[in-house]
Design a protein around this ligand. Sequence first.
Ligand SMILES: Cc1cc2nc3c(=O)[nH]c(=O)nc-3n(C[C@H](O)[C@H](O)[C@H](O)COP(=O)(O)OP(=O)(O)OC[C@H]3O[C@@H](n4cnc5c(N)ncnc54)[C@H](O)[C@@H]3O)c2cc1C
Length: 404
Amino acid sequence: MKRAAVIGAGPAGLMAAEVLSQAGQEVHVFDAMPSAGRKFLLAGKGGLNLTHSEPFENFVTRYGPRREALEPWLREFGPQAVRDWAQALGVPTFIGTSGRVFPADMKAAPLLRSWLHRLRAAGVQFHMRHRFLGWSEDGNLKFGGPQGEQHVAADAVVLALGGASWSRLGSDGAWVPLLEARGVAVAPLLPSNCGFDVSGGWSSYFASRFAGQPFKSVAIRFGSFHRQGEFVATATGVEGSLIYAASALLRDEITLKGSATFELDLLPARGTQQVLAEAAHPRGSRSLASHLKSRLGLGGIKLALLHELVPKADLHEPAKLAAAIKALPLTVAAARPIDEAISTAGGVRFDALDGKLMLRQAPGIFCAGEMLDWEAPTGGYLLTACLASARAAGHGALQYLDDP
Ligand SMILES: Cc1cc2nc3c(=O)[nH]c(=O)nc-3n(C[C@H](O)[C@H](O)[C@H](O)COP(=O)(O)OP(=O)(O)OC[C@H]3O[C@@H](n4cnc5c(N)ncnc54)[C@H](O)[C@@H]3O)c2cc1C
């Protein structure tokens, strides 16, 4: 029997360990943190969106330019396989109204508990508080652990070290220089599904009154991106599901041009002409606020944003007011720091890997999960690709153990 090491006990590492242990290999899982799956547990606080039920042809488009690389693994272990896997761990799933798939109890802890139990029962050995530090001169894995520095020999290794967000949960991107030192090409780690700071910041009035408040049922238009949803104002900008959905485009535009301006439709359910007609309706002695409230149901944070961004004189010109309500330009100047992001773009480049996710520069070492150079929106696409890539890497490692 040969020995396989999996480094990183997030969902990707655990899935790779599962593939290897089910094939009867001796598997050791190492992680820097005191316990496994910390980010997975955090994801559970938001309901744990495991995957998505949309047709597979749509599902794979969510990976944008990386679709081609990911599709083969997703065909092997796609949305239905994720649901079957959870079910086999005693956790049934359901499809929410948006098509997203969740565990019946919306929690990560029971699923993780059951999974770890099954892995331990299959003989997987866990070595927590073991920080991967790279390779020793004789090619063994180097860890900093409770007993000081340790060198570990392994016949095959799966790295599943995650991205670089929420570093307090373990994934801090400190692996990048370790791999670069071995000649592995790594695309810069960038925030994905992240918030943004608005250009020039909010006024102190807006920030103090409206930070944390939601914009409900609004739409964003940015180039070919046009979607309805919700987001929230923060002390310095904007974040939340609708912003996350546009975040890769906004981030890339900021990189290119220094800022990105999207149009915000504050009343997507109403047509432009209707908004214009209501805005132009004679208001007599009523204030603008009560006019907009009664004619268009517009108030609160939406009205405050109009006051924040539109010159006062324009607010009193119905045509300009209506145009602002339907297409208010909002400029963002910077993505929030990667540590705050839901996920990470960039990572080990696909041209550094062979078709089995083995590093071309380092035979016997495979990579999986969020540390690879792909990104996807929220909606269950992240976990599904982490699990699918880990199965591919696990199978690759198995083959390598059989035939190095
Ligand atoms: C708030 C939040 C909510 C989310 N909700 C969802 C959701 O509902 N649905 C969804 O699909 N995705 C969600 N995600 C994203 C999802 O959790 C991640 O994509 C997924 O956990 C990545 O899995 P991974 O195994 O690749 O990496 P991780 O889960 O980050 O695991 C990496 C592991 O490697 C360990 N590690 C890192 N460096 C070292 C080192 N040098 N030595 C030893 N160990 C190391 C870490 O301690 C960690 O345990 C959410 C993320 C966040 C932050």
